[in-house]
Design a protein around this ligand. Structure first.
Ligand code: FE2
Length: 501
């Protein structure tokens, strides 16, 4: 066997062990709390949703909008059950589409679901101007959709909404307040999708001029790699919010997304990193620029971080003047959740911290721990650290054994810039934010021993979202509880007068 194959086998073993441990821990330490759609709903909204679900559930062909390679582009992705040699989107500035331009893309065969062959269509629209209203139609199964409006925002100073783990379907087995039986997977998808709609609707009503949404992974819950339609029902729920027809969403590949090709066929991510040597079935990392910021999404279900370094390097080389470098991935390496922050994150922590330092990443956006956490500015400790996942793969170290010296030595691979100010100017190091669940389909407790790198954390069993505002000179993050709009952490601002070198 050559070295490459051995490497691949090793990485596969590591990924399998880590994914398995993640699922087992998820099962054992998940809290009793969840956001009961039936309990929080206004009567008519809830009744209407249950009725409309019958149409949403089987509709695998919903459109997804994704940021393009830069702010002047917009990406579209959708499933069809009819082959088309040239999938197309019409884009216009007039509602009657009289000045429409047609953009064509590529279609690939996806797979057979419930006896129907599905295809994945992807089209990129270019030449967008800021603060402009457009209208689009896409051709699906030979029919042009009804025109939908889409408005670009300011390209220089902009806002995005950051959410974590919508994980549509994760409330499976819970007993809702309007029923006696545990929720089936399908009912869980329906109820979690209701909460997903509510969060996005509330967030976008409360905060205007949002350019895009960023979801830090686990869009859905069903995670086996078989061909069951359940995962597609969950993606139907994820794509169902009406606001997503006019708002791009950039997603990270979560562990629950990672095992099937559904993710990569729903989302038309820009600049996909197809050179990744150990990709998951869901596909690859990617990047795009928006205003003065560069967003890099790495697929940390692939624990081979040499891959991620190549992507980060490539993204920066393509955007050398980006003032802000923002990295997003699923498995939090500096979070505070009981389930993952001191366990499977560590396999990545020792590998990623020096890379994040080396490429001067300003902010890291994470998920996976279903609880909110904000760190101090963190840097590496410049010491060599063993690849911790090797120990885990050999079963030498128990994830939960905090007294284990190897665990401690490898885990403490960072230095904390302990500064209690909520506004920092040209700071050293990197800010890490972990999002709570945006739907409340599942929550985790905070870890008992709060880590020394944590500046603020929160878990009150309510869905949350953050608003990140970025200009050429500052980046501010505010986080809100969805139901009341209450701010759950002080605003945190990074002021930057120069690009880090
Ligand atoms: Fe999750």
């Amino acid at each position: 066997m050559n070295r490459m194959i051995l490497n691949k086998i090793f990485i596969f073993m590591v990924v399998s062990v880590v994914l398995l441990s993640g699922f087992l821990m998820t099962a054992s330490a998940m809290t009793d709390h969840f956001n009961d759609a039936a309990g929080t709903a206004g009567d008519n909204t809830w009744k209407d949703w249950k009725t409309s679900w019958d149409g949403i559930k089987p509709n695998l062909e919903q459109i997804s909008l994704t940021p393009g390679a830069n702010q002047t582009q917009l990406n579209f992705g959708w499933y069809s059950h009819t082959a088309a040699s040239k999938p197309s989107v019409k884009f216009a500035t007039k509602a009657n589409m009289s000045d429409a331009k047609i953009f064509s893309g590529k279609q690939t065969a996806h797979r057979i679901i419930d006896g129907i062959q599905y295809y994945s269509s992807k089209v990129t629209v270019t030449g967008l101007a800021e603060n402009t209203t457009y209208y689009y139609q896409y051709e699906n199964d030979g029919i042009w959709s009804t025109p939908v409006s889409y408005r670009t925002k300011n390209f220089t100073s902009f806002k995005l909404i950051f959410v974590g783990d919508p994980q549509i379907g994760a409330s499976v087995g819970r007993i809702p307040s309007d029923g006696k039986d545990p929720q089936t997977a399908e009912i869980a998808a329906r109820n979690d999708a209701y909460n997903w709609n509510a969060t996005l609707h509330t967030a976008l009503n409360a905060h205007h001029d949002i350019s895009f949404i960023l979801s830090a992974g686990d869009q859905i819950n069903y995670s086996n790699n078989d061909a069951t339609p359940q995962q597609e029902i969950e993606y139907s729920g994820f794509l169902s919010p009406g606001v997503l027809k006019s708002m791009p969403i950039a997603t990270v590949i979560g562990n629950h997304d990672s095992l099937t090709t559904n993710y990569q066929n729903h989302f038309n991510n820009p600049n996909p990193f197809t050179e990744e040597t150990s990709p998951t079935a869901a596909g690859n990392g990617y990047y795009y620029s928006y205003g003065s910021a560069l967003f890099i999404f790495i697929n940390t279900n692939n624990y081979n971080c040499a891959d991620h370094e190549v992507l980060i390097k490539k993204a920066i080389a393509a955007n050398p003047n980006a003032k802000w470098r923002i990295l997003a991935f699923h498995q939090d390496i500096y979070g505070s959740g009981k389930d993952h922050s001191d366990s499977d994150g560590i396999a990545l922590r020792t590998q990623l911290t020096p890379i994040i330092d080396k490429y001067h990443i300003d902010v890291v956006l994470q998920g996976h721990d279903h609880s909110y956490a904000r760190t101090y500015q963190l840097s590496g400790d410049s010491k060599p650290h063993t690849l911790y996942s090797g120990n885990a793969a050999n079963g030498v170290v128990k994830w939960s054994d905090e007294k284990n010296s190897a665990y401690q030595q490898q885990n403490e691979c960072y230095t904390v810039q302990r500064d209690n100010a909520n506004k920092v100017i040209n700071p050293k190091g990197t800010l890490y934010i972990t999002a709570n669940s945006a739907t409340g389909s599942k929550y985790y407790e905070l870890i008992n021993r709060m880590q020394d790198y944590i500046a603020a954390r929160w878990q009150e069993w309510k869905p949350t979202y953050s608003v990140i505002e970025i200009s050429d000179t500052s980046l501010t993050i505010n986080t809100f509880e969805t139901e009341t709009g209450r701010q759950i952490d002080s605003a945190y601002t990074i002021v930057k007068s120069k690009t880090k070198q």
